[in-house]
Write a protein that binds this ligand. Structure first.
Ligand SMILES: [Zn+2]
Length: 246
């Protein structure tokens, strides 16, 4: 059930029975020469929409920009500052709260968003807002990580991972016709500090990958990993839906 396809009358009907909404959030940032700039929001959106469909719960329009400052050395990347992202999340949550939503769950595809989103939740709680505010990052779910390890071993890395690239390959195969098909044997294992600014990031990760082998991505892996993420998210959200709001 997509919010963007409903009328306000239908939303009123939904709210008479349910108070949960899923909000996909990702980023618009480089994912190496092998992956799509939209990877993080494309994956989060597809996973959230599939969960919403199976559970018959409302999915809000996707937040396609995130906190991507360290990727700004690569063209096509668009970043929000952490301050902007905190304000954006607060405004979105407050809007849903005003109409009676109480369980507001962000399905996240980008690690760089987590700190700001949680800070927004803490600020909302400090302002005594009633409800359950959660961010669930599909790629951090232990069951998903286990599957990724089984498929890609230690070549998944932290950014432009073959897992996320596989999901986008499964969802948008046509976009990969123009991406390199060359495979490399070795991946560099780099240890560095964090956070990095855009120059530091490019120095350490010149082609945008972070210890990953995105050329290993395959549609069939994407289907498997997405299915596992959806399955675990369903379990988690079922628990949140049953939780008592204090
Ligand atoms: Zn990503």
């Amino acid at each position: 059930m997509l919010l963007e396809n409903l009328s306000y009358v239908e939303v009123e009907g939904y709210l008479s029975e349910k108070d949960v909404v899923l909000i996909p959030i990702g980023s618009t940032e480089q994912h190496s020469p092998y992956g799509l700039i939209g990877t993080d929001f494309i994956t989060a959106e597809a996973i959230a929409r599939e969960v919403g469909k199976r559970m018959d719960i409302l999915v809000a329009p996707t937040i396609t920009y995130g906190m991507s400052q360290h990727h700004m050395g690569f063209p096509g990347t668009v970043t929000l500052s952490p301050e902007t992202l905190i304000s954006l999340i607060k405004d979105v949550v407050n809007s849903f709260l005003e109409h009676g939503f109480r369980r507001i769950i962000f399905i996240n595809g980008h690690g760089g968003n987590i700190n700001a989103v949680n800070t927004a939740f803490e600020q909302l709680k400090y302002e005594n807002k009633k409800g359950i505010f959660q961010i669930i990052s599909w790629f951090l779910l232990p069951e998903v990580q286990e599957m990724e390890k089984m498929i890609f071993g230690d070549k998944n890395g932290y950014h432009a991972t073959p897992s996320e690239v596989s999901i986008t390959k499964y969802l948008r195969p046509e976009a990969f016709q123009t991406k390199p098909s060359s495979e490399r044997e070795e991946i560099e294992k780099i240890e560095t500090y964090w956070p990095l600014n855009k120059e530091e990031f490019k120095k350490v990760y010149p082609d945008g990958r972070m210890n990953s082998a995105p050329w290993l991505a395959k549609e069939k892996y994407g289907k498997l990993i997405m299915e596992e993420a959806v399955r675990i998210l369903e379990e988690k959200i079922k628990k949140i839906v049953k939780m008592e709001i204090l």
